[in-house]
Design a protein. Structure first.
Length: 268
């Protein structure tokens, strides 16, 4: 079964953000400010990419949607960071309605719209566990009776970490949170043109059944200055420096190396 992921990398969509802007140009100026882009790249390199590169099931595709107006130095940097990840396809699009553009990108990447597929969304400052794709497929196999007669169904891995990464390293807190972006997948039946990007992640259970997998940590939710969600930016979650056991877990579960985090975030 085809597995498709989608990551918006500073795409200036019309809609799709909680941070509001009056015009596309205002949004473009916000997204492309050098301080913000630099932070996104540091998090993308040290948090998001490692686990994707080390997936135990390598049979997936990741679509990274950018604006056609993304500054060339940023586009080149993104291309260089993902050059060794054969599953990545960078899709440049003009500004457009968020849900419509994302649905079009996802459906264009489906090998056969008449066959079912699995989908996930991935923020550029989050991480998924190295067995995320494998466990998505495994959940469908284990629950074939539920999926075979459904137009859509979701899979929610609700255990993960809230984390902040900077030059001092990683501070984190293990939590159980339902329907987080990073821990969510969706099954789309053959013939169904809707994608996971058509639904607000924390309300997807209003549109389809959800299978919850609450066991081992499957995601890292990045907390930083430029989180789109005001609630996330102002969170009072008490994070602590990683213990030795947690540092080993971040390495084994997410391929995140704390020394790499410190090194990248320390570069002026």
């Amino acid at each position: 079964m085809q597995v498709l992921g989608l990551c918006r990398f500073s795409y200036p969509a019309i809609g799709g953000f909680q941070t509001m802007h009056s015009t596309v140009e205002e949004r473009r100026q916000f997204l492309y400010q050098s301080e913000r882009l630099d932070e996104r790249f540091r998090l993308f390199e040290t948090i998001a990419l490692p686990g994707l590169k080390q997936q135990t099931d390598q049979d997936f595709h990741l679509l990274i949607v950018v604006g056609e107006c993304l500054p060339k130095p940023a586009f080149d940097r993104l291309h260089d960071l993902t050059a060794d990840l054969k599953q990545v396809q960078i899709a440049a699009r003009p500004p457009g309605r968020h849900r419509k553009v994302m649905q079009e990108v996802m459906n264009a990447a489906r090998q056969n719209l008449d066959l079912p597929c699995l989908q996930f969304r991935h923020d550029d400052d989050d991480a998924v566990a190295v067995d995320f794709v494998e466990r998505l497929r495994g959940t469908v196999i284990d629950n074939a009776g539920l999926f075979q007669n459904r137009a859509m169904a979701a899979i929610d891995f609700n255990c993960g970490y809230l984390a902040r990464a900077d030059a001092a390293g990683i501070q984190a807190k293990r939590v159980h949170r339902p329907l987080m972006t990073a821990g969510l997948g969706m099954f789309a039946q053959g013939g169904n043109r809707k994608s996971i990007m058509n639904f607000t992640h924390n309300r997807i259970n209003r549109a389809m059944p959800v299978i919850t997998r609450p066991d081992k940590p499957m995601w890292v939710r990045g907390l930083n200055r430029f989180n789109d969600s005001p609630k996330t930016r102002s969170t009072t979650a008490e994070l602590s420096p990683l213990s030795q056991l947690q540092e080993a877990e971040f390495q084994s579960r997410f391929a995140i190396d704390q020394s790499h985090v410190r090194r990248v975030h320390s570069v002026p």
